[in-house]
Design a binder for this molecule. Structure first.
Ligand SMILES: Nc1ncnc2c1ncn2[C@@H]1O[C@H](COP(=O)(O)OP(=O)(O)OP(=O)(O)O)[C@@H](O)[C@H]1O
Ligand SMILES: O=C(O)CCCC[C@@H]1SC[C@@H]2NC(=O)N[C@@H]21
Length: 285
């Protein structure tokens, strides 16, 4: 066996080279640009927790090669093998130009920016599942290949993005997961993928900010809807306390809420903060 062959369940480190922080900085940090610092750490608990704890100015990017306590929405676990994907967080300070009631669009904006960049750079069709999942198709089935976690901390919003890049089928942390590699990506080199995602995020964020955070004025609402696999489907929103709301997802409104048309003929908006799970209506999980 050569050193670059998979051994047992693990790939050797040579198959998953480290990120090149110097080249990433050269490609992303520029005077007047959004990104002001970019650090790559070999291991941490959660890049979101680190940036929330650190405070500081807008534009910091923190990337980890491995996370031991990666988190998703509602403190669910995000886990992935070292270097198998991109695990990073950014600090954004949208005020005072964008009023706080618009900040709920940030996770959706990050979803649009990431899906657009991955579709282009990896050559894999990446769709959005409202509110915060990125989906790819693996063997004809939709699989979660990424997720977004936005957390408010004072006047900042820390936006964390996790993307499964080179995960193999036997490494998936949950049966619903997929990866860019399993979806047939033409590029699994993480440096160009991270560069593409951060450039796209910078573009969308600046456009949204120039529009005062109005998602309709900067094309964000329309682009989100176009890429959102949830729209047009009948879904069950599971509410805290055990209640549920079933209806066809017909729109994402100006506040980023999913609008459900229920059987009673009522249009009910649900916010990301109001739901525990969003599942296909017929699923019994
Ligand atoms: N690397 C990963 N790739 C894909 N999914 C993961 C990964 N790590 C953890 N997960 C799953 O992501 C979930 C956290 O995401 P989230 O809170 O959005 O839940 P979800 O199951 O995707 O939401 P919903 O039930 O609404 O579809 C975890 O509970 C876990 O099942
Ligand atoms: O699926 C979700 O609910 C969101 C997952 C978000 C994972 C990313 S990985 C980088 C950042 N650090 C974290 O602890 N979470 C986010």
């Amino acid at each position: 066996m050569t050193p670059s062959e998979p051994s047992g369940n693990r790939w050797s480190d040579l198959d998953r080279p480290p990120l090149n922080a110097t080249a990433l900085r050269r490609g992303l940090l520029r005077p007047g640009g959004l990104w002001t610092s970019l650090d790559v750490v070999p291991r941490t608990g959660s890049t979101n927790s680190d940036l929330v704890a650190a405070g500081g100015a807008e534009g910091a990017v923190l990337v980890a090669e491995e996370q031991s306590a990666g988190r998703g929405r509602l403190d669910r676990t995000w886990s992935a093998p070292p270097r198998s994907g991109l695990f990073f967080s950014v600090r954004l300070v949208p005020g005072p130009g964008v009023p706080a009631e618009r900040w709920g669009w940030l996770p959706l904006l990050a979803g649009v920016a990431t899906a657009t960049a991955l579709s282009r750079a990896a050559g894999v069709d990446t769709a959005l599942k409202w509110p915060n999942d990125l989906l790819v198709t693996v063997d004809g089935a939709e699989r979660k290949t990424g997720g977004i976690l936005a957390e408010r901390s004072g006047d900042s919003v820390v936006v964390g993005i996790g993307i499964n890049v080179s995960l193999r089928a036997d490494e998936l942390p949950v049966p619903t997961a997929g990866s860019l590699a399993l979806a047939g990506a033409k590029v699994v080199d993480r440096d160009p993928l991270l560069r593409a995602v951060l450039r796209s995020l910078e573009e969308w964020y600046e456009q949204w900010r120039r529009a005062g955070g109005d998602p309709a004025r900067c094309g964000l609402q329309e682009t989100y809807a176009a890429g959102c696999a949830t729209l047009g489907r009948t879904v069950r929103a599971e509410l805290p306390g055990g209640g549920e709301l079933v209806g066809e997802a017909v729109a994402v409104d100006g506040d980023g809420r999913l609008v459900l048309a229920t059987a009673a003929g009522v249009q009910e908006p649900v916010g990301a903060g109001d739901i525990v799970h969003l599942r296909p209506a017929q699923s019994q999980e």
